[in-house]
Ligand binder design. Sequence first.
Ligand code: ATP
Length: 257
Amino acid sequence: MIAIRSVTKTFGELTALDDVSLDIADGTFLSLVGPSGSGKSTLLDLLGGLATPTSGEVLIDGRPVRGPGLDRGVVFQQYALFPWRTARANVEFGLEGGSLGKRQRAERAREYLALVGLSGFEDRYPHELSGGMKQRVAIARSLAYDPAVLLMDEPFAALDAQTREQLQEELLRIWRRTGKTIVFITHGIDEAVYLGQRVAVLTSRPGRLKAVVDVDLGDRDGDVRSGAAFGRQRHLLWELLHDEVRKAAEHERSAVR
Ligand SMILES: Nc1ncnc2c1ncn2[C@@H]1O[C@H](COP(=O)(O)OP(=O)(O)OP(=O)(O)O)[C@@H](O)[C@H]1O
């Protein structure tokens, strides 16, 4: 579904991504981790068509990305909801200008708000919703026009720990139900392992692909995070990331000197 081919992205002198290649199969949940400044958001922007590679190319379902499109939904850390629109009208926003009539749009919005557990909150304005609920609306809005790919840039980072865990579970449930291909950026190793079928690790600047780890947590019943399989995967990723975080800190210190 996603093919990243020898992608390099520079900003002036700075190389943010260096020769990154990665294939992501249809229906995969991929977590993307790396130290601060390793180019995670840059890579997501390239997938979203918000930026273009300096060299190399990005293909979605075999077609080169030329700009944003309805085949990709994007969810950011900040909820990016229109404060003057209700939850339902926020979800409808992505459907306006499409082929659906007014009533069908309202029906579709209701359906997707139900999918994210917000039935009964359709007429609330963003300021009347908690942080977790706002992010649910943002997810519903991105799913409502049925994109093949969902791009998520630290969507749960601003939420408290309990809400975050709840939304992680919900997202897995939605992913299983809809079969979307998801690319999910996070700073949290636990979050990456809990959500991802695969975890891609970027190196500290310039961002290169250091490893792609397949996650197998076995039977997912019960408290997955306390299981031995989770601990092993977490430790493996911690080792991969630890080196890179240390290198990133050294870069920063030498830049200050
Ligand atoms: N538009 C831009 N102009 C100049 N430099 C940029 C631009 N966007 C990103 N960069 C630089 O590219 C590098 C990678 O940034 P990016 O935001 O992709 O990293 P990141 O891994 O997402 O970091 P974080 O985890 O802190 O969000 C950084 O050094 C950043 O300063």
